[in-house]
Design a protein around this ligand. Structure first.
Ligand code: FAD
Length: 466
């Protein structure tokens, strides 16, 4: 579309909204953003949800697009692998990739969001308003109703198009659903598990109490604890646990004694690092985890959902933010096609993107089981060893499912899912049947894995899964 003097209204200045504002600002559009929270660069508020996040190649691709890769790098702590902690306190490091240059990063949500806001505001055609909550969207008139939290006034804004990046509880998505003006499909699936954030504080001189460059996992079958490092020497720790099943669950962890007993029994080495456990546990909220899928994302050329508002996922692949950033990259590619109008742009974007966000939603559920359970099992550890060996010996020829999803930004999530699942199945089957073992010749293993993977993919094709 040639007319750059279009007015675009963005709802929500979180990770996706602030990046989108920056990119559209760079492209010359008039961009107005409304965010319900105060400016997180000026107020000491928790940025909401997880304090830090795993940031990887798909997210970084978006940072390259807007030219702030170096600034973001300064906020990153590389995590080369998973540090697994067993019940006896033994640890072993399982690298994310057999290629040394592939790793993920821990990054502060607040710092990254702040940087994106600052970069967006450098463009005079971008204006960001805080403390203004969207209550509803009239998608037929392309207007949105806001409430100002400071003055308590309500007001209506209009635009040439509205893009909602207002997260999992999106006001636009609610308006689609309640409006009943078109066939809108929507599903929200909660896990039986919730999460609670805890912390490992820095040492007295600001050092790290445990190994800094890893994502720590304490897998225990039905539940788990993870920890990601922060730049100040602390770790943000997250407990994922059922609300009401099992011997210990969120509903029965009600006293300091029971909480301490639970950690003593299940995570003794973590407990040693967390003298503040009980305080954190009772001060911090327990929150649910869910997957949101919906369609269509857009109404004509008027409105569009992007980021978590269109596809919230559970956090176990560390991809929700990365996928939301990749949304902006994919949207930008469609803008490059110079289509005639917003409707054509939104339609092309959704058609190309939805299959991939559906795939990462499903992969994230798979990884929930892998992280809390499989990483501690012998056959999965064997599979991992084989994958590491193949990636190291044949860096051009082999990538595990994890690498395809996390580091191979040139293929979409759906392609990564189909190929990665077939490879997993091939390796696990052949390990179980004694056809391959970790001591075999790597080239021999590679050939067998490739031909078995192809056979599985061919079966999938015939069954109509591809
Ligand atoms: P959000 O970040 O939720 O931003 C939405 C913004 O809109 C917020 O600023 C909000 O205040 C504002 N808003 C909401 N409603 C309104 C309204 N009505 N009016 C105006 N403004 C509004 N992803 C990763 O890639 N790696 C990870 O390691 C990772 N870990 C996670 C851990 C947990 C526990 C959780 C819950 C999520 C994790 N994610 C992770 C996912 C990631 O947080 C989200 O995918 C990402 O925040 C989506 O960005 P967004 O901008 O679409 O939504």
């Amino acid at each position: 579309m040639s007319n750059k003097q279009q007015n675009i209204l963005i709802i929500g200045a979180g990770l996706c909204g602030s990046l989108l504002a920056l990119r559209l600002g760079q492209r010359g559009y008039n961009v107005t953003v409304y965010e319900m929270r105060p400016d997180l660069r000026k107020t000491d508020i928790s940025a909401g949800r997880s304090i830090n996040l795993a940031f990887s190649d798909r997210g970084n691709k978006a940072m390259k697009l807007v030219g702030i890769e170096d600034k973001v790098k300064e906020l990153c702590i590389p995590m080369n692998g998973r540090m697994i902690h067993d019940k006896e306190g033994n640890t072993f490091l399982s690298n994310y990739s057999g290629r040394d240059y592939e790793y993920i990063n821990s990054i502060s949500r607040g710092e990254l969001n702040g940087l994106l806001l600052t970069e967006a505001e450098k463009h005079e055609n971008v204006t960001i308003h805080f403390n203004k909550k969207c209550k509803s969207v009239d998608f037929e008139k392309t207007t949105a109703l806001f409430k100002d939290y400071i003055t308590k006034d309500e007001f209506i804004e209009d635009a040439d198009c509205i893009i909602a990046t207002d997260g999992a509880g999106s006001a636009l998505r609610k308006s689609y659903y309640l409006g009943k003006k078109f066939l809108f499909s929507f599903s929200q699936d909660y896990l039986t598990h919730g999460y609670k954030e805890l912390s490992i504080l820095p040492t007295e001189n600001g050092g790290y109490k445990t190994y800094k460059n890893a994502l720590h996992i304490w897998p225990r079958g039905d539940f788990m604890v993870i920890a990601l490092p922060n730049l100040d020497g602390s770790f943000t720790v997250t407990l994922f646990l059922s609300y009401d099943e099992g011997e210990y669950n969120f509903n029965n962890l009600t006293t300091p004694e029971i909480v301490t007993e639970f950690f003593q029994k299940e995570f003794p080495d973590a407990l040693e690092l967390m003298p503040n456990l009980v305080e954190d546990f009772f001060e911090n909220p327990t929150a649910p985890l869910g997957t949101v899928k919906c369609s269509p994302w857009h109404y004509k050329g008027n409105t569009l959902l992007m980021g978590d508002s269109a596809h919230a996922i559970v956090p176990f692949y560390g991809q929700g933010m990365n996928a939301s950033f990749e949304d902006v990259v994919e949207f930008d590619k469609v803008l490059d096609q110079n289509l005639d109008n917003w409707e054509a742009i939104f339609e092309a974007y959704e058609k190309n993107r939805k299959k991939d966000t559906d795939a990462i939603a499903d992969l994230a559920i798979d990884n929930f089981h892998e992280m809390k359970d499989h990483v501690g099992q012998a056959i999965f550890q064997e599979k991992r060893k084989i994958e590491m060996m193949l990636e190291k010996e044949f860096p051009e020829d082999y990538s595990s499912k994890y690498s395809l999803v996390t580091f191979n930004e040139d293929i979409g999530y759906r392609e990564a899912m189909l190929k990665g699942r077939a490879q997993d199945k091939a390796i696990l089957n052949m390990l179980a049947d004694g056809i391959i073992s970790t001591s075999d010749d790597p080239k021999d293993i590679l050939d067998k894995v490739k031909s078995e993977t192809e056979a599985i993919l061919e079966d999938d094709r015939i069954a109509g899964l591809r």
